[in-house]
Ligand binder design. Structure first.
Ligand code: SF4
Length: 58
């Protein structure tokens, strides 16, 4: 498994992201960008991590 350093400032459980540390529930990036797909976000589900990169299969 390709493990990365974890950033304790960014907790994340999206293990299917290529930027996830894999060993614990943290992101490995120094910083991330968060955005929304809504014009007027009203709920946590309205927000997205724009730094997400799909992990390649295999
Ligand atoms: S880039 Fe976003 S989705 Fe991916 S591990 Fe980091 S915080 Fe999670």
């Amino acid at each position: 498994m390709n493990t990365k350093c974890k950033n304790h400032c960014i907790e994340c459980t999206v293990v299917s992201c290529a930027n996830h540390s894999q060993t614990e529930n943290y992101c490995a990036l120094d910083k991330i960008n968060i955005g929304t797909q809504e014009s007027h976000p009203t709920d946590v589900r309205c927000t997205n991590c724009n730094s997400f990169v799909p992990k390649s299969e295999g």
